[in-house]
Design a protein around this ligand. Structure first.
Ligand SMILES: CCCC(=O)SCCNC(=O)CCNC(=O)[C@H](O)C(C)(C)COP(=O)(O)OP(=O)(O)OC[C@H]1O[C@@H](n2cnc3c(N)ncnc32)[C@H](O)[C@@H]1OP(=O)(O)O
Length: 311
């Protein structure tokens, strides 16, 4: 009774403060750029759709784990313009999925993603279009990273250029044996533009980021683990092994972090995200708000009921 009353109070205060507070700023307006920054999402969507090919597919499973597949095998899963629009739409679908707990981002046909489709890039190589594509992808990938679920990039084969950047928009990276993550931008006379540099610095630190970008280094699983870019390595199962696919292995790995009730898993992601992205005082207030959503909730009450010794 007392717990429920306290929870009601916290929920009331959390919903009123979070609707206009830091968490709302992070999630409901998760985009980095808007019309204030001269970004017309409709206009850039239309422009990108003029470069079709491939798809980004979303499979939402009853387990609360979704699988997002970058699918353009004939171009090593490079991002065409229409795939960039697809990606944004899939992120919107995930944002409105109430029971989400986890996400695996993978490439089709044994390789992750070879960055942006160079044919499309060539066609929009003027500075104005380049900036618009950059803002569009930064928005989509920032919203991906801020989803209230735990995400993992399952890297098989190559993750190059924008593909390497995509891996940094996930909470974790799992590298399959033989895989490579490489920020090849310097070889293309570029730097990352999809937010990959800013996120990479937060993942591996500025010294390592400078080495990876400055030298366009090939990161194999061993180096990935050493510098903290990879969170785990999975052996690619041999066909004759018959003990499940790489995707199943990734799902097993992720389940260590996604087991439990969806509201609790989502709350975990929210407090970590706010701790990472907000100034301390705002992060603390957000943590209080999020705490209020699970305190005295079904999972909390069930856990208390199971502790018979402490009645
Ligand atoms: C802000 C974003 C910045 C960026 O992402 S810039 C783009 C960075 N990515 C790249 O530079 C990768 C370019 N591709 C490559 O280096 C190689 O194709 C790659 C991935 C190492 C694979 O090499 P191989 O195994 O020898 O295979 P391959 O070269 O014959 O490729 C197979 C087919 O895929 C195509 N492909 C691969 N990456 C692509 C891309 N990014 N854009 C457009 N097409 C691409 C390649 O042209 C080839 O097609 P086709 O069979 O000749 O018709």
């Amino acid at each position: 009774m007392v717990l429920c009353a306290v929870r009601r109070h916290l929920l009331k205060s959390s919903s009123s403060s979070s609707s206009c507070g830091a968490w709302a700023r992070l999630l409901q307006r998760g985009c980095v750029y808007s019309s204030v920054h001269c970004l017309d999402q409709g206009e850039i969507r239309e422009k990108l759709q003029a470069f079709p090919g491939g798809s980004v597919d979303l499979l939402k499973q009853e387990s609360g784990i979704a699988v997002l597949t970058i699918n353009y095998p004939s171009r090593m899963n490079a991002f065409s313009g229409s795939m960039m629009v697809d990606l944004e739409e899939r992120v919107s679908q995930l944002e409105s999925w109430i029971d989400c707990k986890g996400l695996i981002v993978q490439g089709a046909s044994g390789t992750f993603c070879s960055g942006s489709d160079l044919s499309a890039v060539r066609a929009i190589s003027n500075p104005q279009d380049g900036m618009k594509m950059c803002m569009f992808m930064q928005n989509a990938l920032t919203r991906l990273l801020r989803l209230p679920l735990i995400s993992v990039a399952l890297v098989e084969g190559r993750a190059l250029g924008g593909g390497a950047e995509l891996t940094t928009a996930c909470d974790f990276r799992l590298m399959a044996s033989g895989s490579v993550i490489q920020f090849v931008h310097k070889h293309m006379g570029l730097v990352p533009g999809w937010g990959g540099a800013a996120r990479l610095v937060r993942i591996v630190g500025s010294q390592n980021a400078l080495k990876l970008l400055g030298g366009a280094l090939k990161v194999d699983p061993e180096l990935g683990l050493q510098i903290g870019l990879a969170d785990g390595v999975l052996e690619v199962p041999r066909a004759e092994e018959g003990v499940g696919t790489l995707l199943q292995r990734a799902e097993n790995w992720l389940s260590h972090y996604t087991n439990g009730a969806a509201p609790v898993v989502q709350a975990v992601k929210k407090v970590v995200l706010s701790g990472r992205e907000l100034p301390l005082s705002e992060a603390l207030r957000t943590e209080k708000d999020v705490f209020g959503t699970v305190w005295g909730g079904p999972a909390n009450l069930q856990a208390l009921a199971s502790k018979s010794k402490h009645r």
